[in-house]
Design a protein around this ligand. Structure first.
Ligand SMILES: [Zn+2]
Length: 179
């Protein structure tokens, strides 16, 4: 079965220069819902906020509307200002593709908002509801997230998402092995 699937693509300056840009290959897993993909990207890069390039859009300082200057331009183009990486451009590309379960690879999967990932029915039953990035951080780091390097916080959040733990169980499991 095929679906309309959505992928994140990175947009970088074109190697030939001349103010051109280049969209990368579709990578990562296909998503059924472009809005859910965007929420997940925003969670992964929190506190950076993706802004869609469109006429009249308020963009981060230094960002420009590069639409029309991108080789393999995706359907939607975004920019965000990351505290560590600076300005980052990316796009959301639409393709027809089978959607596979993140846990077992079964192609009957669909996106479940509450679990924040694509799952088949049986893996969904084994996967608890997942909280968003900011809720996870305030519980996991007990209000001291600012003191933890961003890259470490990102690793912990994606590890939590891929686990079969609720946020409470994840805290117990990871703390007891490190303390
Ligand atoms: Zn599965």
């Amino acid at each position: 079965m095929t679906h309309n699937a959505y992928y994140e693509v990175v947009i970088l300056p074109h190697h030939a220069g001349f103010g051109m840009w280049q969209a990368g290959e579709a990578n990562g897993e296909p998503w059924a819902d472009p809005q859910a993909l965007l929420v997940t990207i925003a969670d992964a890069w929190y506190p950076a906020v993706p802004r869609r390039l469109e006429d009249g859009a308020a963009l981060p300082e230094g960002a420009e509307d590069i639409r029309g200057k991108i080789c393999n331009e995706p359907d939607e183009v975004y920019v965000m200002a990351d505290p560590e990486q600076g300005l980052m451009y990316f796009g959301i590309l639409t393709q027809e593709w089978p959607m596979s379960c993140r846990v077992c690879g079964d192609e009957s999967a669909r996106w479940y908002e509450s679990q924040r990932q694509a799952l088949c029915k049986s893996c969904r039953a084994d996967t608890p509801v997942k909280v968003g990035r900011s809720a996870f951080e305030s519980q996991y780091w007990e209000g001291k997230a600012e003191e933890v390097p961003l890259s470490t916080r990102r690793e912990f959040y994606s590890d939590y998402l891929a686990s079969t733990y609720t946020v409470g169980a994840y805290i117990k499991a990871t703390r007891s092995s490190t303390m």
